[in-house]
Each structure stands twice: as structure tokens, then as C-alpha cells.
Design a protein around this ligand. Structure first.
Ligand SMILES: [Zn+2]
Length: 200
């Protein structure tokens, strides 16, 4: 059974980085092949489920696997760039932008007019003509993160065994855990045990 992808990053670009994680030192790969990459894009709401179900038949397994491999290489590169961007936001990232723009150029975007209860609404769509186009969906999110978000709000979870990243969207900017229920709780339990040990 493939593991259900985690969406704790508060931004699709961060969730993309989190598709490789190693809780407690065990490496988990969430986009190990084409099928899981497509499933992740659907779960991340970057790709329509009805389009996704047709992709395998249209492009074939090998092309989708190759797209997933490209996405994993892109992920390693993006994680490194975002870490540097967070630490030194004002550095010159010209070569990184050139590489990102090469992917963004592949986008075939158009607007679809959709009838809603309140009238007609325009929705931006990206045409997927080949498996190579899938990575564009992720690259666009990376571009949005770099262009619109504050670098110092990109944080790594304070959980001892956790490797996840998140964008701190809380008002006070004091978020320290990927998930209060998981890592936050674990830290609380550990602190409680330490206190008890100290009390004895
Ligand atoms: Zn965590």
C-alpha cells in the first residue's frame, strides 16, 4: 500500500519538498514512480482527477515514470534552493531563476469560463499534452512561493525525528511543528517525561 501523502506544509511547493521524508531516519519516497506522482498531483489539487485518470492510457507508464524521475531531481534542487533562499533572501538567484523559467516556459495555460451560481467565473487551466508537462504544475508553485511568500516563514519542523518543512502562516509566526497533533504532542510527552525524571 502506498503511503498517503502528507499535506502539512501550508503551501503546495513545500508539500512537494515533503514528498521525500525520513522520519526517524527511515527514508520514505512518495513519488517513486509515475503513478504515485500523478496521484500526488491530484491529492495536492494541482491536477484534475478526471484528467489524471486518462494520463496513463495517453502517455504510457514509461513516460510517466520518467516524469516522476525528473520531478525527484527537481525536488532535490528546489529543496536546496529554498533552504538558501530562506537563509539569504537577497542573494543573486539568477541561475536558479533561469532553470525555473525553462520549466515555466513549458506551461500551456488558458482560461476556462465556468457557469456558477453567481454567474460565470474564469478558471486558469494548464494543458497537459505530454508527461513532460506535469512538472510544470509543480514549478509554477515553486515560482509562487519564491515570488509571493516571506522566506523567513519557511521553517523546518522542530520535532526531533522529523524532516518536514512548512510555511508558517500563523498570525504570530510562532509555528514550530509540522503538526501539533503528531510532532507537537511527541515533544510534549518527551518534555513531560523529562520533568518526571527530574522530579524523582
Ligand atoms: Zn514534524
Amino acid at each position: 500500500m502506498p503511503m498517503k501523502p502528507l499535506f502539512l506544509g501550508s503551501h503546495p511547493a513545500i508539500d512537494f519538498i515533503n514528498t521525500s521524508l525520513s522520519p526517524g531516519g527511515t527514508l520514505i519516497e512518495l513519488i517513486g514512480d509515475g503513478q504515485s506522482f500523478v496521484a500526488w498531483l491530484v491529492d495536492a489539487e494541482l491536477l484534475d482527477a478526471s484528467i489524471a485518470s486518462k494520463l496513463k492510457g495517453r502517455f504510457g507508464v514509461a513516460a510517466l515514470d520518467a516524469a516522476a524521475a525528473e520531478a525527484r531531481r527537481f525536488r532535490t534542487w528546489v529543496a536546496d534552493w529554498i533552504a538558501r533562499w530562506r537563509d539569504t533572501p537577497r542573494a543573486n538567484y539568477k541561475s536558479e531563476l533561469v532553470r525555473l523559467n525553462r520549466l515555466l516556459e513549458r506551461a500551456k495555460s488558458y482560461h476556462e469560463a465556468i457557469a456558477t451560481r453567481n454567474g460565470v467565473q474564469l478558471v486558469e487551466r494548464t494543458r497537459i499534452d505530454s508527461a513532460d508537462d506535469l512538472i510544470v504544475l509543480v514549478a509554477a508553485q515553486v515560482a509562487l512561493l519564491i515570488a509571493e511568500e516571506q522566506p523567513d516563514l519557511v521553517k523546518q519542523c522542530a520535532g526531533a525525528q522529523c524532516t518536514l518543512w512548512f510555511l508558517d502562516r500563523t498570525k504570530a509566526h510562532r509555528r514550530v511543528f509540522c503538526s501539533a497533533a503528531v510532532c507537537g504532542n511527541r515533544a510534549k510527552v518527551a518534555a513531560f517525561r523529562d520533568r518526571q525524571r527530574g522530579a524523582v
